[in-house]
Design a protein. Sequence first.
Length: 176
Amino acid sequence: MAEYSLSNRKVLVSNKEMTFSERLYLPAIMKGMGVTLKHFFGKKVTYIHGKDLRNYSSTYRGLHVLKRDDEGRERCVACGLCAVACPAEAITMVAAERLPGEEHLYREEKYAAIYEINMLRCIFCGLCEQACPKEAIYLTDRLVDVELTRKDFIYGKEDLVEKMDNRIDISNRQHH
Ligand code: SF4
Ligand code: SF4
């Protein structure tokens, strides 16, 4: 009688007697040891955390930066689009009106008096960057620090806005 199979991938298992060398197991063990030794002395594919430095992709998405413009003014206008786009609800902000005399600090009439990202919620998806109409927020190749308390993972403007004497290059991200 013909044998039918739904997948046609049925393989008949061989029940033949083991040979003398197969019953000794030693040849198979030596062969396995050979494979182990080959990998032991071969090129390592793993990284030792803390010792080896991995090369990150040029589009790696790490810690955010809130950018300033060429004149050093904060670009963010607290429109909230990044917070709306964020699937993790990690962003909160409080908007404020720019006062006369603050034109050198903030680019437009409105700015973020408070801007916070909860790094424990963030999944580094980059949607905030894509949603921003002012090119104000970008994800960088920097890492979020290890902290001991939850509240320390809430990054405010003091952590996110780039420093004038330490501008963050985001040109890699602007090309993608
Ligand atoms: S990277 Fe994604 S999860 Fe993180 S703050 Fe931006 S939108 Fe939210
Ligand atoms: S970072 Fe961009 S999207 Fe978010 S509030 Fe500021 S201007 Fe709007």
